[in-house]
Design a protein around this ligand. Structure first.
Ligand SMILES: *Cc1c(COP(=O)(O)O)cnc(C)c1O
Length: 394
């Protein structure tokens, strides 16, 4: 039997590997505290689950959904964008619901890229941008994100011939894994650059609602001219603790929306309609769950950042996202330091290097761990003395 070459080109998806290590440890009776995966531990709000209960009895929901989803759901997305960002979208042309943002992020490559095309990808990054690019047979050019550059892709640093060749660019703010945010003037600069070089911009805004200390994220779609050249990908997963229900959306340029819909029509049959109803409830129902969640994450953030600083790590307190991005002590690689945390404290973190070469030197801690587990992890760290890097080689 021969599988496709693209299967051979895939690296293990980072969390599959982490899940395996956790399972192995737990099987030997070790009490593992995981700050690994970004998957909210807080349940989906009750009013949203209640809507699913009702919707499950509605017989039209027992049949195939439309690929472009219920018109009411597209209208709810447009309404939410207007409420939240003051952006007006045409629900029939500029909104496309997705089976989670990941689905759309992967599939959009097939709508926009041909073999030999070039995509500009940030590094470190959510792995799906690169995987979709590779599946479509296109090449990628790395835009390094660095601490010095505020983890923003430096457009000036892209060589002119690369910019001329590139078809599209991926961006993601608030950023996974670095927790960096982008301000409106950066998005304006991106739109100008993209227009000048005829580049499509795909912005992943999965964390726009997970913010702290009164910080409010802007949308890429607020930038002047953004909808001429781009799409924004969004998700209900992180905003409403709905990772298990698989629902998200892409909004923006109507031609790009149509292209992605063409791919999806041929590959999937849409989002289960009862879940579309849940999503409508989430977007248009009471929004106090967001503040409630963010208060929980903020308390965890403060504990985690506090203890990491106490043990001598350099770490910025994030304004947004579910992550703390900490620099590892000098002498350790990301993977060595993560291994040390696992060996010495039975604490799981993600090595920054699993998000790309520019993530080397950092670790990512997810705040989606229940409060009492965070407390256990923090206590273990507080009484830990970082060993010298030489003993890290073991
Ligand atoms: C979690 C995450 C997603 C995936 O969202 P789903 O809607 O659950 O598929 C997309 N992008 C980033 C950066 C994420 O961290």
């Amino acid at each position: 039997m021969k599988l496709s070459n693209r299967i051979g080109l895939l690296k293990p998806y980072p969390f599959v590997e982490i899940s395996r290590i956790i399972a192995e440890k737990r099987a030997t009776g070790i009490d593992v505290v995981t700050f690994g995966i970004g998957d909210p531990d807080i349940p989906t709000p009750e009013h949203i689950v209640g809507r699913l209960e009702q919707a499950s009895h509605h017989l039209p929901n027992h049949r195939y959904p439309e690929s472009d989803s219920l018109p009411e759901f597209r209208r709810a997305v447009a309404q939410w964008y207007e409420n939240r960002f003051g952006v007006k979208l045409d629900p029939d042309k500029e909104v496309l619901p997705l089976i989670g943002a990941k689905e759309g992020i992967g599939h959009v490559a097939f709508a926009l890229l041909d073999p030999g095309d070039l995509a500009l990808l940030p590094d470190p990054a959510y792995p799906v941008y690169a995987v979709g690019t590779m599946f479509a047979g296109a090449e990628s050019y790395t835009m390094p994100l660095t601490e010095k550059g505020g983890w923003l892709a430096d457009l000036e640093a892209i060589p002119e011939d690369i910019a001329q060749r590139a078809s599209l660019m991926w961006l993601n703010y608030p950023n996974n894994p670095t927790a960096a945010v982008a301000e409106p003037d950066y998005f304006e600069q991106v739109v100008r650059y993209a227009k000048e070089h005829d580049i499509i911009v795909l912005h992943d805004a999965a964390y726009s609602e997970v913010t702290f200390d009164g910080y409010q994220c802007s949308s890429f779609m607020q930038a002047e001219g953004a909808r001429d050249i781009g799409l924004e990908f969004h998700s209900l997963s992180k905003s409403y603790n709905m990772t298990g229900w698989r629902v998200g959306m892409a909004v923006g340029n109507s031609e790009l929306v149509r292209g992605l819909l063409k791919i999806k029509e041929n590959l999937d049959s849409g989002i289960p309609q009862a879940i579309q109803e849940m999503a409508m409830e989430a977007l248009l129902g009471p929004q106090d769950c967001i503040e409630h969640n963010n208060a929980i994450y903020k308390a965890r953030r403060d504990k985690v950042v506090g203890v990491l600083r106490d043990i001598g790590l350099e770490v910025e307190s994030p304004k947004a996202s579910l992550y703390v991005w900490a620099k590892v002590p000098s002498g350790f690689t990301s993977a060595e330091f993560a291994a040390r945390l696992l060996e010495d404290n039975s604490i799981v973190v993600t090595p920054g290097s699993s998000y790309g070469v520019n993530g080397e030197g950092y670790i990512r801690l997810s705040l989606t761990t229940p409060d009492e587990r965070v407390e256990t992890g923090v206590q273990r760290l507080a009484s830990w003395e970082i060993p010298s890097p030489s003993s890290a080689a073991s």
